[in-house]
Design a binder for this molecule. Structure first.
Ligand SMILES: [Zn+2]
Length: 362
């Protein structure tokens, strides 16, 4: 008779092996043995289990050693498990179905009318997704908490229960994360930010949002309304009702429409464009000081049009941040730009689904 806990241990080991292959790609049994800290016979047992359930396969892969003898690689079967990821934007819905290991199995998008309401956006997503994927995850720009969008400048939504809209349109459960958080998860898991323990991703769209992930995982309360941090008390009126919000002071909408013209003009020596970028950089750095003090990230990524702004105005961003952040918080802080571009939010939404899916196997 099996010892109590043996089956549970075996289940956990299976999940760990699958997670390892999903995250890091094909590996030899010897590499898996080392990475997971399990012995060879345990790896052999769980590899057999996972091959029988259709999750992994063994193939003759790359050559190793001086003899050039090809080694046997263990890899995920992409179609064994899949996650449907959707990104809702102001002008369209993007969809991709990701297989185990991160391969894109299907991709589609459809346009949205300006000012679209939640239920109509959910119908558009439903038409793309259908019943595909064991998990369905949507990335939505704005302040998201427990599946609902509290506020989205980008979409013009306030207090919209997007998870409920999507569930009604598709008769299935959805996870909803904000676009910045999804992009952070994407950059951590498939980009270049894996070393960050607390990763803050800034998303520049028609509004400005930020997402904090810890060890690559979305956190309740990690969705941050960067655009509505007041940087100029009594300043310009913001659509949210406050005055002097970062979004209003930077005239985010204009940059979202055409950041390239501003950076190109500044590059050609246009004094007004240079001055505008410098002031925007200072405002951003000041708002970031508050966010860094509150959340203590070790890495910040500038995404969306904030990438172009940061590349053109890194010095004012850094100096304003330095003036508003405690030395011990900024000494460990890295400022960078993301590497996944437009794909980041979709990849991160999918990885959020895979994390849940693999957790269920444990
Ligand atoms: Zn505001």
């Amino acid at each position: 008779m099996a010892r109590p806990g043996t089956e549970e241990l075996r289940r956990r080991n299976r999940a760990a092996l699958l997670e390892q292959l999903h995250r890091h790609g094909p590996q030899t049994r010897a590499e898996l043995t080392e990475a997971l800290g399990l012995n060879r016979s345990t790896i052999a047992t769980i590899a057999t289990d996972l091959a029988e359930s259709g999750h992994i396969q063994e193939t003759t892969g790359r050559s190793t050693g001086s003899a050039g003898r090809p080694s046997t690689l263990v890899e995920c079967v992409p179609k064994a498990e899949s996650v449907a990821a959707v990104e809702i934007r102001a002008d369209r819905v993007r969809f991709a179905l990701f297989g185990l290991g991160g391969e894109v199995l299907e991709r589609a998008e459809s346009p949205l009318l300006t000012g679209v309401e939640g239920p109509a956006a959910a119908e558009a997503a439903a038409a793309l997704v259908g019943g595909s994927g064991a998990e369905a995850v949507a990335a939505v720009p704005g302040l998201v908490d427990a599946g609902a969008v509290a506020h989205s400048t980008e979409l013009g939504w306030t207090g919209r229960d997007v998870a409920a809209d999507l569930a009604a349109a598709t008769s299935r459960e959805w996870r909803v994360v904000d676009t910045a958080t999804a992009a952070a998860v994407g950059e951590w898991s498939r980009g270049d930010a894996h070393d960050a323990t607390r990763l803050l991703y800034l998303h520049g769209g028609r509004g400005l949002t930020a997402g904090l992930v810890v060890e690559g995982r979305a956190q309740r309360g990690g969705s941050i309304q960067l655009g509505h941090i007041v940087v100029e008390p009594g300043g310009l009126a913001c659509a949210c009702g406050l005055r002097g919000c970062l979004e209003a002071e930077m005239e985010a909408f204009g940059y979202a429409e055409d950041i390239e013209s501003a950076t190109a003009a500044a590059g050609m020596g246009d004094a007004a464009a240079r001055d505008g970028l410098r002031r925007s950089g200072e405002d951003l750095g000041r708002a970031l000081g508050a966010v860094v003090t509150a959340t203590g990230p070790d890495e910040i990524l500038f995404g969306g049009w904030l990438r172009e702004l940061y590349l053109s105005a890194a010095a004012p961003v850094r100096s304003a941040l330095a003036e508003t952040t405690l030395p011990h918080l900024r000494s460990r802080l890295r400022l960078r730009t993301p590497v996944l571009g437009e794909e980041g939010p979709l990849i991160g939404a999918a990885e959020t689904g895979f994390a849940a899916l693999i957790d269920r196997m444990r």
